[in-house]
Design a binder for this molecule. Structure first.
Ligand code: NAX
Length: 326
């Protein structure tokens, strides 16, 4: 058994938090030999509910949970943490557009970026709370000298959604689909790059016709979150928690040989014409807990235009929060 690692979860009493904590507690993320100490953050009105969640976690008697601490102070919750799931934020409700979310949630990530300066040297943090990419950018700008590749935005849910659409079209399992990269923002401007996706090692475009990809696939994957809100009256929770586990598990264990993971990563301006100083999802590999973007994928002009459109979307969000970037 390894020494325990410290894992922070913000918004821990919320819907995603409720699904996420039990997956972490039972070892889905770090494996059966890796104990964890949970450091949970809520805002004061959420603390009572969080106490109830902690009671349930205790009642699970999870052998891998070696401690649970709760706080409404980011400096306390992030003290010494190795991994941080930044979930806490206001979810998008019916009728809300992303601009509403940018205004409501951006300021939260100034304080959380500062709080992350208290984390362990090997910190890796994942922003789930929307607008995830721009919140991650705000946190990075407020986290002092923290290396820019340590705070990510989650697009793994979009990757999972895309894999599942392809799998169900072909009647295979999602595990048979690989190389399904999401480019750009976790918003409808994202570009799910189907042209390089593979099914059982062969290009998906050799097995499904182009019209389905450019029609059904492109209209379903980027708008899936909205469809779920319409159907269940609340935003995705269990699938988002599952994707967050997938993301952090990939950071911990690495990508399988030949496989990529979609990661919203700080852009230095050197790849695919993506401007510098935005958090933009690209295909990455992970080895020894180091994230490396895959930089040699060749895109056609149609895909290049999609990649640029999502960058433009993120530049717009960046302009809207410029006063929070320090
Ligand atoms: P809930 O409203 O159920 O829970 C959010 C929790 O965060 C609440 O308990 C609230 O008290 C807490 N909170 C608010 N401000 C906080 C702060 N400053 N510090 C700590 N905690 C704080 O929302 P939930 O359904 O859990 O969704 C959380 C976030 O995930 C939302 O922003 C939502 O839009 C986003 N999502 C992101 C996804 C992605 O793929 N990146 C997909 C799912 C989801 O839409």
């Amino acid at each position: 058994m390894n020494a325990p690692i410290k894992v922070a979860v913000t918004g821990a009493a919320g819907n995603i938090g409720y699904a996420l904590l039990f997956r972490l507690a039972c070892g889905s993320c770090y494996g059966p030999d890796q104990p964890i100490i949970l450091q949970l953050l809520e805002i004061p009105p959420g603390m009572k509910a969080l106490e109830g969640v902690v009671m349930e976690l205790m009642d699970g008697a999870f052998p891998l949970v070696h401690g649970i601490e709760i706080s409404d102070n980011a400096d306390v919750a992030f003290d010494g943490v190795n991994h941080a799931f930044l979930v806490g934020a206001r979810p998008r409700g019916p009728g809300m557009v992303r601009a509403d979310l940018v205004a409501a949630n951006g300021p939260i990530f100034v304080g959380q970026g500062k709080g992350l300066m208290k984390a362990a040297d090997d910190l890796q943090a994942l922003v789930v709370g929307n607008p995830a990419n721009t919140n991650a950018l705000i946190a990075l700008h407020n986290a002092g000298d923290l290396p820019k590749d340590r705070i990510h935005a989650m697009t793994r849910l979009d990757e999972n959604r895309a894999k599942s659409q392809i799998a169900s079209k072909l009647g295979v399992t999602p595990g048979q689909v690989s190389n399904m990269a999401i480019y750009g923002n976790h918003s409808p401007s994202m570009f799910p790059d189907f042209a390089h996706a593979k099914v059982n090692g062969k290009l998906a475009t050799e097995q499904i016709d182009k019209d389905w990809f450019e029609g059904h696939f492109m209209s379903t994957v980027p708008t899936r979150g909205k469809a779920i809100i319409t159907a269940r009256g609340a935003s995705s929770a269990a699938s988002a928690a599952s994707a967050a586990v997938d993301h952090m598990s990939t950071l911990w264990h690495g990508t399988a040989p030949g496989e990529i993971a979609s990661i919203g990563l700080y852009s230095d301006g050197s790849n695919y014409g993506i401007p510098a100083d935005i958090v933009y999802s690209v295909p990455c590999t992970v080895k020894d807990r180091k994230v490396t973007p895959v930089t040699d994928i060749v895109h056609n002009d149609w895909a290049k235009a999609k990649i640029k459109a999502s960058a433009d979307d993120l530049m717009g969000e960046r302009a809207a929060v410029s006063e929070l970037l320090g």
